[in-house]
Design a protein around this ligand. Sequence first.
Ligand code: SAH
Length: 355
Amino acid sequence: MEKSRPSDGPLTEAEILTWLTETDAARLQGLWARADGVRVRHVGDQVHLRGLVEISNHCVRSCGYCGISHHNRSVRRYRMGAGEILECARLAAELEFGTVVLQAGEDYGLTREFVTQVVRQIRARTPLAVTLSLGERPEEDLESWREAGADRYLLRFETSDPGLYERIHPSVPGQPSDRFALLARLREMGYEIGSGVMVGIPGQSYESLAKDILRFAQLDLDMIGVGPFLPHPATPLGDFCSTELAPNQVPATEDMTYRVVALSRLVCPEANIPSTTALATLNRETGRELGLARGANVIMPNLTPAPYRALYEIYPGKACLSETVDQNAQGIGERLRSLGRPPGRGPGSRRHAPT
Ligand code: SAH
């Protein structure tokens, strides 16, 4: 029976928890259908394409999950030059993507001035919206980039459980990490804000994941990125195998990720939600498509030049590694059309419901 799932009104924590632990496949079909219906009504059929450029793999942080953590001495480090980044932005524009996303480790070698100039040039020379995902930078940096024309900022809070967060994302000494405070500041600066979590982080319980999803709604996120935790062997969490789980541990599975995508759509109907590369890494054949059928409306093709792309190894076996830039982008366009989900036109900003 549907007694714990009223069809309108905001989802409660108990309802979210029920969906996360549902074992009946037929009922889950109902969740996918409901998420897809909300997606159609609020953001339509278009799939926005964001060209992802991984501009540096230097990082000052020592996140326990991440392969490019400062502690991983075996990584060959790179930082792209302004000309190379602009070349990638030009390619994104040529491929008719609406947005370029510049992502990196938390790298202070990407100076405030450098990023300011790059953003300014992309905005001057292309019609693209610019999204940044450069970690926890000082407010002065974020303000300068916003003034230069950056439109959006992605900063996943990774988990809303403070104890778990501190274990997997240790603070830099003298600089406490408060991603919620930073997201609030980013919004005040006029950025569209994106956040999200990894699904199945070691130590993540169903209750804490349900709270994460409620947080998405409380933050009124413009963008929500969620993907499975994928252990990287050179990290402290690298030998974690989520099949030998404590009873309440969330598994880092494809199925659980779809549930979180679908629930994210239900709690934030207008958000832009990508079907992520991490998800496609678990299911190269249909992962992206299933994400799109279960609430997602964005794809982020990787436009990083191949030699750098392989070095930006936050987790192993990234789905985009074997594809060349153009194949990747064109392949996605064709696949989308065949699904009846045409590639989006324009920058693909969040749409707000009329009030
Ligand atoms: N330095 C930036 C960008 C990090 S990479 C920042 O900290 O915001 C973007 C996202 O990749 C991270 O926020 C994290 O959620 C995800 N990620 C990192 N390592 C991962 C792993 N091993 N498995 C799955 N996702 C991972």
